[in-house]
Design a protein around this ligand. Structure first.
Ligand code: HSE
Length: 328
């Protein structure tokens, strides 16, 4: 049996617990692994949750437990998630995360720390929710020679823009719905002002190039100023407004990143990416165009991506990380 700990029993953490309980025998049949959630770190109490007796507010209990070899961090926010991740890696526990804010800010350091300690740091769930984009980029695209990535990478804003177009609902009402559905960040400015999409395109560009560009250096514009009139005007021309995160890899080695709303037309494969769905168009000189599509946010899709990283690590315990280290 493999014992793991969850940091956070919110939307994603709750989804990981739910899937690992519900699909336990299926996962065992497919992988031979029997995964036990031994501890859950959360400041709240969960008296009615089936794993409520495993919830603790004492992180040292997890760090000091030699049976726990892997920690899944799903707390959100940069601090103390970064510090907790670093402490787990120093304690020679692998870490998987859905936390794009930590990966975008500290990915270089944390990958180095993982390598120094002979453990792994994986973050499939940090970009694209349930879409297996990080594994695809790290394992299957070495020879693609990527020159451009265009992504709809934020489910909340795509949900809002789609709802405004399809039902004429107001921006505020659509945002409230996205919050109710568990798509939005705790602070929705992260979504609507484009910062979440910005962090995600920085992570994808790093997977393609080996270089992590600081998100603060990326020109970023969100959808706050988009009105229903703008949406109607785009529709009248046969288009749709989408929040597009873009990475251009120049021949001279420069990387140009941006996030901004754009009018997209039906000849663009991202035109039909609606609602909470994300789409990523990866263009390579060798691979041609590749399109990834799936739920970009939400409990179970994101939790499934976290679990795929957990299984990857537990199945390949003695292998060193495949990721290259990034340079700023
Ligand atoms: N708030 C994010 C989104 C959650 O809407 O895409 C998934 O990263």
């Amino acid at each position: 049996m493999d014992h793991i700990a969850l940091l956070g029993l919110g939307t994603v953490g709750g989804g990981v617990a739910e899937i690992l309980m519900k699909n336990r025998s299926d996962i065992t049949a497919k992988t031979g692994l029997d995964i036990d959630i031994k501890h859950i770190l959360d400041l709240r109490k969960f008296p009615d949750h089936p794993l409520g007796d495993r919830v603790t507010d004492d992180y040292n209990l997890i760090l000091g437990d030699p049976e726990v070899t892997l920690v899944a961090e799903m707390m959100g926010g940069v601090h103390p998630a970064y510090e907790f991740t670093a402490e787990a890696l120093r304690a020679k526990k692998s870490v998987v995360t859905s936390n794009k804010a930590v990966v975008a800010e500290y990915g270089v350091e944390l990958l180095e720390l993982a390598a120094e300690n002979g453990v792994r740091y994986l973050f499939e769930a940090s970009v694209g929710g349930g879409i297996p984009i990080i594994h695809s980029m790290t394992d299957s695209m070495y020879a693609s020679d990527i020159y451009e990535i265009d992504g709809i990478l934020n489910g909340t804003t795509n949900y809002i823009l789609s709802a405004m177009k399809e039902t004429g609902v107001s921006f505020d009402a659509a945002l409230k719905d996205a919050q109710k559905l568990g798509y939005a960040e705790a602070n929705p400015t992260e979504d609507v002002d484009g910062f979440d999409a910005c962090r995600k395109i920085c992570i994808l560009a790093a997977m393609a190039s080996g270089r992590l560009v600081y998100f603060r250096d990326v020109p970023t514009k969100g959808i706050r100023e988009i009105t229903t009139d703008d949406i109607k005007a785009a529709s009248a021309k046969g288009g749709a407004i989408k929040l597009i995160a873009k990475a251009l890899f120049k021949e001279n080695g420069e990387i140009e990143l941006s996030v901004a709303p754009e009018v997209v037309y039906p000849d663009n494969p991202l035109f039909n990416v609606n609602g909470v769905y994300n789409g990523v168009l990866v263009r390579g000189r060798n691979s041609g165009d590749l399109l990834f599509y799936g739920s970009g946010a939400g409990k179970l899709p994101t939790a499934g991506a976290v679990i795929s990283d957990i299984i990857d690590i537990l199945l390949h315990k003695n292998e060193m990380p495949a990721q290259k280290l990034w340079h700023k």
